[in-house]
Design a protein around this ligand. Structure first.
Ligand SMILES: [Zn+2]
Length: 262
């Protein structure tokens, strides 16, 4: 049951019987020379479509296209709400759904930069007496099946895009990572955010274009991507996700908790 295709009486009736709602979160941002900007929206949106086929009785809210991607703003086309505004948007939407009767919230997320705002909102609505789940699909895919693991813009996400919308991937632009060291001679860039110093990996907080000319920052090489990988992975994710929804819908609700600070 997609919220956007429902009438308000159908939603009112839903919340008389159920209190589970799924909200999807994407981003419009750099995904390397080869992937479309909406990569982080496409996968959660697809998982929601597959989940609806398997569990049509569940209410699926919108899959938000815009997220928080401040570190990609030097790649043209990236559009970021930023953490504060994303938090406010999610807090308003979840508060409104709470008022309609939602108590079990599932955040199906496609982008790591959204996590701060989703967690902040999650703690607050959990204090209202709700259960909140954060499902970062790209992290869980590698746990379901190790070869499906991947990083930003790499083979994992490229495979998802090749299955969902093959024409959106520019396979002629596949190229190496093009990482450069921007932290001096002794500190080496090794991936998205991460640097290495004496065998240990802290983070330098900076715009990704300072060190990642491609925008893809590894580790999984997109030339190994395939539509078959994308189909198998997202289908398995949707199967797992639906089983999780069944269990999560029965998770006991916590007592509302009033906190006395601002
Ligand atoms: Zn991504």
């Amino acid at each position: 049951m997609q919220l956007k295709r429902s009438t308000w009486p159908q939603v009112e009736a839903y919340f008389k019987e159920h209190d589970l709602v799924v909200l999807g979160f994407g981003s419009i941002e750099n995904h390397g020379w080869h992937n479309p900007l909406s990569t982080d929206w496409m996968a959660p949106n697809k998982i929601v479509e597959l989940a609806e086929e398997r569990r049509p009785q569940v209410l699926y809210g919108p899959v938000l296209q815009l997220g928080s991607a401040e570190y990609f703003l030097d790649y043209p086309g990236t559009l970021s709400l930023g953490d504060d505004l994303l938090y406010r948007v999610v807090r308003r939407i979840t508060g409104q759904l709470f008022d309609y009767g939602a108590r079990h919230f599932v955040f199906l997320n496609g982008h790591g930069g959204n996590a701060a705002a989703l967690n902040r909102c999650g703690y607050e609505i959990s204090d209202l007496g709700c259960q909140v789940a954060l499902v970062n699909w790209w992290k869980l895919a590698g746990q379901l099946h190790e070869p499906w693991g991947g990083g930003h813009g790499g083979a994992q996400e490229t495979s998802a895009d090749l299955w969902i919308d093959p024409d959106s991937v520019d396979t002629s632009a596949f190229a190496g990572m093009q990482l450069s060291d921007d932290g001096g001679n002794r500190i080496h860039t090794v991936g998205l955010h991460d640097v290495e110093f004496e065998g240990v990996r802290p983070i330098l907080v900076r715009s990704a274009r300072r060190y990642a000319a491609n925008g893809w920052a590894g580790p999984d090489d997109p030339t190994t991507a395939s539509a078959e990988w994308g189909q198998e992975m997202l289908t398995a994710m949707a199967d797992w996700f639906c089983d999780f929804l069944d269990a999560f819908a029965e998770a006991p609700l916590p007592q509302p908790r009033e906190r006395h600070f601002q």
